[in-house]
Design a protein around this ligand. Structure first.
Ligand code: BGC
Ligand code: CA
Length: 347
């Protein structure tokens, strides 16, 4: 009996020892930086973009929370390029000149990341790109470069899945003319944006892979924009009228624009699907105007941007699984939102 107690005690002792050395290893790995203040320089492609506006206001909240919890001054200087890369280049030069600790960049043109990285590297300021993903080679240019976003193909897949589920439940709710095919139009995001092409491709692929025949009537870019989408949709409505059975939209703002066009023309709505889960889209879902959307997690992306920034500047972990030494890409999950989800929540 006595021997058993001794044994248990020894095992416990060894465990405590292992745990302690594990912790020591961890703290010695990180040389904590004592900083009086953390300054984030944030460059956005356009504030007049619902998703970006959501992300920025979430980031502001994260900073407020972070200041209270960490008892340290954290500031954020946000500059809006209003859709011009030339303007954004100047703004980034100024942010570097004024001295910030981290640059958080939502590029206007995602192909020019290398110029931004070179400038930041010369000033030794780490860069976190977000939402507009630079090409892979650019991210390899320097070790202090990261990307926060979400995987476009997954949102396309989930958007397609919403259509598949509705069709399988009752084909006639979508295939209104009953010809066994879904006549559809696509409202695309900005050309060259990683989320535009891939969302369309994977949404269509998911639906056809489920054995549903698709017939494309029209497709064009509306640059993520509600009013541009409404204009496009009004034109298509004049040409195709009630032949259109499905509107695949690369984001919610354009899906709402499509709904605007139908309401403006006093026509019954076809199935409309979006991506983002904006406040307006959730309203439209509740009102039965939108068949579904896919949540693009602006809150989680803001948290990641904040955590990475904090970690880069102070050299302390805020969350163990955020390992900047092993990872450059930080992706959030997309989730499917159907009427049953929002109706359930509001009950
Ligand atoms: C969002 C769009 C937004 C775009 C801006 C996308 O990820 O889904 O709503 O307009 O990013 O870059
Ligand atoms: Ca049909």
């Amino acid at each position: 009996m006595h021997g058993k107690i001794v044994k248990i005690f020894m095992i416990f002792f060894i465990l405590v020892l292992c745990f302690q050395t594990g912790c020591q290893k961890h703290t010695t790995q990180l040389q904590k930086n004592i900083v009086p203040e953390i300054k984030l320089g944030v460059a956005i492609y356009k504030r007049d973009d619902t998703f970006i506006a959501m992300l920025i206001s979430n980031l502001e909240e994260e900073i407020k929370k972070g200041q209270q919890q960490k008892n340290i001054k954290i500031t954020m200087n946000t500059v809006d390029a209003k859709g011009s890369q030339t303007v954004q280049n100047d703004q980034i030069d100024k942010l570097i000149e004024q001295g910030c600790d981290v640059l958080c960049v939502n590029l206007v043109d995602r192909t020019v990341a290398s110029a931004v990285i070179d400038k930041a590297k010369a000033a030794n300021i780490p860069v976190i790109f977000f939402n507009r993903e630079p090409v892979a080679e650019d991210l390899q240019r320097w070790d202090k470069v990261y990307y926060v976003g979400a995987e476009a193909s997954k949102s396309g897949y989930l958007q397609g899945q919403i259509v598949v589920e509705a069709y399988q439940e009752n084909p006639h709710t979508i295939d209104k003319n009953g010809d066994g095919k879904v006549q559809y139009v696509v409202l695309e995001g900005e050309q060259g944006h990683q989320d535009a092409l891939l969302r369309t491709e994977y949404a269509v692929k998911t639906i056809t892979d489920a054995g549903i025949q698709m017939e494309k009537l029209a497709g064009d870019t509306a640059n993520w924009h509600r009013s541009q989408a409404a204009t496009k949709m009004t034109q298509w409505l004049q040409v195709y009228g009630d032949k259109i059975e499905l509107v695949l939209s690369n984001n919610d703002d354009m899906a709402i624009g499509a709904i605007d066009a139908y309401e403006g023309a006093s026509k019954p709505l076809p199935a409309v699907v979006g991506i983002d889960a904006t406040t307006l889209a959730i309203e439209a879902l509740k009102e039965g105007k939108l068949l579904g959307t896919v949540k693009n997690d602006a809150q989680k992306q803001a948290e990641l941007i904040f955590m990475l920034s904090y970690q880069l500047v102070t050299n302390t972990y805020l969350q163990e699984d955020i390992d900047i030494t092993k990872q450059k890409y930080f992706f959030t999950e997309y989730t499917m939102i159907q009427p049953k989800d929002v109706l359930k929540k509001s009950e």
